[in-house]
Design a protein around this ligand. Structure first.
Ligand SMILES: Nc1ncnc2c1ncn2[C@@H]1O[C@H](COP(=O)(O)OP(=O)(O)OP(=O)(O)O)[C@@H](O)[C@H]1O
Ligand SMILES: [Mg+2]
Length: 378
């Protein structure tokens, strides 16, 4: 039985919030503009903007990064690892889905089942990477718990390990999470080998089950090393030393998955960390212009002047098309703001990362890592 039940408040500390009110008489804020666009009525008085500065991750040693497929889990996990390593720390970045996504991202040869340094962080830290392979993890287990190194190799030769993990898919997840736990708590000469471990985890739809698999195992195995191993993994995953971060885009489906994923994690008493909004696009218009764009009242002569200045022939149709495009843009900004409001109801620290236009190479990762640090991560 899991005994260390704690209250939600313990698992979900509130972020530090600094309210920065705009001075009276300042220009309309984006939030105000967006509210006006959404209600499609007369623009209201500008609302105050609130700058949320997220809490840092003091005390967290295991960062699990999940999110809807394709939202940027691997990219964000790598950037977070770089951010956490800055200043002379050692961080292990792990992947568990056998896709060699980290090797591709860091542009190195496919990773063997071995921790390899893949990048140096700012001010002296380093990021190591490990692609966890369930077969190898099982061999490690057999050796560690039953001293069965040779037998394990023979099992592998006969394909028995593949067989075991195929007939009991949960076994895979037990092995993968067990290995992550081992790395996160490994000590040499009494000192932790890694200051932090970051897991590029399965997507939101599968994350809660994936992380909870050990509590099912602990329920099945009555005693012995398997039960105590499963319990120790769950203890770490449910403790304040773990944070499950949710990567999302400001779009309906990823936000919905984020909300559902957070609820499911909370139900299983797994600690939800931060929300990381990825691939953000800045509005192209000023707040006051967004309001006019939504109302189709942007100044036609200004647009004509701009076109003429750019050497583009002006005509009624061109201006109409531009006005329609500006209107669509204003509505997109309003929808994004609605998604942001929805995410805010989670009450989690929120980080925002821009859509980078350059290709996602190491330079891009450093940029994202710096932006995470600027916002308080690491
Ligand atoms: N902030 C960003 N700016 C620009 N491109 C980005 C950004 N974040 C991620 N990408 C790109 O988006 C794509 C998907 O990112 P990534 O592979 O990290 O997502 P994922 O959630 O891990 O996907 P999967 O579910 O397939 O594992 C990649 O091509 C990546 O380079
Ligand atoms: Mg990925």
């Amino acid at each position: 039985m899991e005994t260390n039940v704690r209250s939600d408040a313990y698992f979900f500390p509130q972020p530090r919030v600094y309210a920065g009110e705009e001075p009276a008489g300042s220009r309309p804020t984006l939030r105000g503009a967006v509210r006006a666009v959404r209600s499609a009525g007369t623009p209201r008085a500008p609302e105050t903007s609130t700058l949320v500065v997220v809490r840092d991750f003091d005390g967290v040693g295991l960062h699990v990064v999940t999110g809807k497929g394709g939202t940027g889990k691997t990219t964000v996990a790598a950037a977070l690892a770089l951010a956490l390593a800055a200043g002379g720390r050692r961080v292990l970045l792990t992947e568990v889905e056998g896709r060699q996504g980290l090797a591709q991202l860091f542009d190195v040869a496919p990773l063997p089942y071995e921790e390899r340094r893949v990048a140096l962080a700012r001010e002296g830290g380093a990021v190591y990477a490990l692609a966890i392979d369930p077969e190898e993890a099982l061999l490690e287990y057999l050796e560690l718990f039953y001293n069965l190194k040779r037998a394990g190799r023979t099992l592998k030769r006969f394909g028995a390990i593949d067989f075991i993990t195929t007939i009991a898919p949960g076994t895979r997840d037990v092995l993968l999470t067990g290995k992550v736990k081992e790395a996160a708590s490994r000590r040499v000469d009494g000192r932790k080998v890694y200051d932090a471990v970051v897991m590029d985890a399965p997507p939101t739809g599968r994350i809660a089950r994936f992380l909870n698999v050990n509590s099912e195992v602990a329920g099945l195995a009555r005693m012995g090393p398997i039960r105590s191993q499963a319990e120790s993994v769950m203890r770490l995953l449910r403790s304040p030393a773990t944070a499950v971060h949710l990567v999302t885009l400001l779009e309906e489906m990823p936000v919905q998955e984020t909300m559902d994923g957070a609820a499911e994690l909370a139900r299983l008493r797994l600690p939800v960390g931060a929300v990381i909004v990825n691939r953000m696009r800045e509005p192209l218009l000023e707040p006051a212009e967004l309001i006019r764009a939504a109302q189709r009242t942007l100044d036609r002569t200004e647009i004509e002047k701009g076109l003429a200045y750019a050497g583009i022939p002006t005509g009624r149709q061109t201006v109409d098309a531009l006005l329609a495009e500006a209107g669509d843009h204003a509505h997109r900004v309003a929808l994004e703001e609605a998604e942001r409001d929805e995410l805010a109801t989670l009450g989690r620290p929120t980080y925002e990362l821009p859509l980078l236009t350059e290709s996602m190479d190491l330079g891009g990762l450093y940029r994202l890592a710096d932006l995470l640090r600027d916002q308080g991560a690491g």
